[in-house]
Design a protein around this ligand. Structure first.
Ligand SMILES: Nc1ncnc2c1ncn2[C@@H]1O[C@H](COP(=O)(O)OP(=O)(O)O)[C@@H](O)[C@H]1O
Ligand SMILES: [Mg+2]
Length: 453
């Protein structure tokens, strides 16, 4: 079998069956991404006005958080000089007001829940119930039409409405994204590569604020779905994790009692204590999705330093090291499915067997390539437009290694009592957008797998 024919039949299979999926709960993070494409002259003027000396100081060493305009501009210069991304929390109201006045060129749906709601509900037509921490008018407008719902309590009675019909005047959670291209010049600095600096004016997501509807009526909400995808725990810190983690543990218990498989979409979690706590929650999840950096960071808290280093040593990542790491994680936590994604290939380690696991990965890779190629995918038929994107050349060596090590055939092998599924992905050379690709991959694969059952 060629990979292209496997791709086509996987897509056809899932297109026919995905609308059967009865409902997916998505929690906990959505926000508004406000994108500003930096202009060198405008930036220089702002720096001069704020005081060049002080601003430059913060471009040498990032402040911990933003409490002044000098911090903000210094942070932006810090990113430009290094071509590196950074994200800081904006504590001060005047700075938030300053950023609002500076404005944006584009507004986009942000947060894993927001992105997955628009994909699953708005594109695949799978009903979703989303936890939206704050539903402002601006936030509501970023939801696509389709079967996307938020719970509303009216005199203690639970109703499901589209976010645009929720009509509560809640706060804006805005992540200001300052983007610059490669070669961007300000003062004597030149950006070695394109990147962005993010300043978050968001008091809800960093604390994983959980809405009253989800505290009071979670059982009833969970009764309306077949699957759940959890994300957004990455910004928690040692100081604030306890209360939300407690609520989330309760939610997972309800989902487990009802037999609803839950997927955790990992994201890089800088706080080690929080990473440990997330690891403790994993036994309550059916499935987890992550990339190489995230897998390495988990190996570190498990005390597996050698594997962690191996995961970051090669490009593309050594698939045998990934498999070893996934086995450790599965054995340690009992999680039934681990979906690993990296640039060029995906692997899924599952406690159960079947080609549908691999086929769901193929569907996800096609969806990811469509998103990269088109920028926005507006219907499931757009996904197939990525069929002509070539399969990654470098993945051939990865596949050969898996064949040699585990006797893999057509992307499927048996390893230590688990099934290992592999696929080479389609890589778009000049992507229109790479925001939210990871979320597209993981939610498409998880929901796609259940569609094929
Ligand atoms: N140009 C591209 N074409 C297809 N897939 C891509 C492209 N660039 C990145 N990807 C995929 O997107 C994934 C990004 O996911 P992740 O690392 O979790 O980041 P995020 O969650 O921020 O999107 C990569 O692992 C890779 O598989
Ligand atoms: Mg990701």
């Amino acid at each position: 079998m060629t990979w292209d024919s496997l791709y086509s039949s996987a897509f056809e299979g899932i297109r026919k069956s995905i609308e059967k999926v009865g409902g997916v709960l998505l929690a906990y993070n959505t926000n508004i991404d406000a994108i500003r494409y930096l202009d060198p002259k405008d930036l220089e003027e702002r720096v001069e006005k704020a005081g060049k000396e002080e601003v430059f100081r913060y471009s040498e060493e990032l402040p911990k958080k933003i409490t002044s305009v000098q911090h903000l501009l210094g942070g932006i210069l810090w990113s430009v000089r290094r071509g590196k991304a950074a994200e800081l929390y904006v504590e001060s109201c005047p700075v938030r007001f300053y950023m609002k006045g500076w404005g944006w060129d584009e507004l986009r749906m942000g947060g894993q829940v927001g992105i997955m709601a628009n994909l699953l509900g708005g594109v695949y037509n799978v009903p979703v119930i989303a936890h939206v921490p704050q539903l402002s008018r601006l936030q509501a407008e970023l939801f696509k039409d389709g079967p996307i719902y938020v719970p509303k309590l009216e005199n203690g009675e639970l109703k499901l409405v589209h976010p645009k019909e929720f009509q509560a005047d809640e706060e804006n959670c805005i992540h200001y994204i300052y983007e610059f291209p490669r070669g961007f010049r300000v003062f004597d600095f030149e950006a070695p590569r394109e990147n962005r600096f993010i300043a978050s004016a968001d008091d809800y997501n960093p604390n994983v604020y959980i809405r009253p509807e989800f505290k009071e009526a979670f059982e009833e909400i969970a009764g309306k779905v077949e699957l759940a995808i959890i994300s957004g725990l990455q910004a928690l810190t040692e100081e604030n994790y306890r209360e939300p983690m407690e609520t989330i543990r309760g939610h997972l218990e309800v989902l487990n009692e009802k037999g609803i498989p839950a997927h955790l979409e990992f994201a890089f979690t800088p706080d080690e204590k929080v990473r440990e706590e997330i690891l403790k929650l994993l036994p309550h999840f059916w499935s987890v999705g992550l990339n190489e950096v995230e897998l390495a960071s988990i190996m570190e808290v498990l005390g597996e330093k050698v594997i962690a280093e191996k995961l970051l040593a090669h490009d593309p990542v050594d698939p045998v090291a990934v498999t070893e790491a996934m086995l450790k994680l599965a054995e340690k936590t009992g999680v039934r499915r681990i979906h690993f994604h990296t640039y060029g290939y995906y692997l899924a380690l599952t406690e159960y067997r079947g080609k549908f696991v691999r086929d769901a990965l193929l569907f996800a890779a096609l969806a990811a390539a469509a998103k990269a190629k088109l920028g926005d995918v507006s219907s499931i038929d757009d996904v197939v437009k990525a069929m002509d994107v070539p399969v990654n050349e470098k993945a051939r060596a990865v596949e050969e290694k898996l064949v040699a090590e585990y006797g893999m055939k057509d992307g499927i092998a048996e390893v230590n009592g688990y099934q290992l599924a592999f696929i080479p992905t389609k890589i778009v050379a000049k992507p229109k957008s790479t925001v939210g690709i990871g979320d597209t991959i993981s939610s498409s694969a998880f929901v796609g797998e259940f569609a094929l059952r």
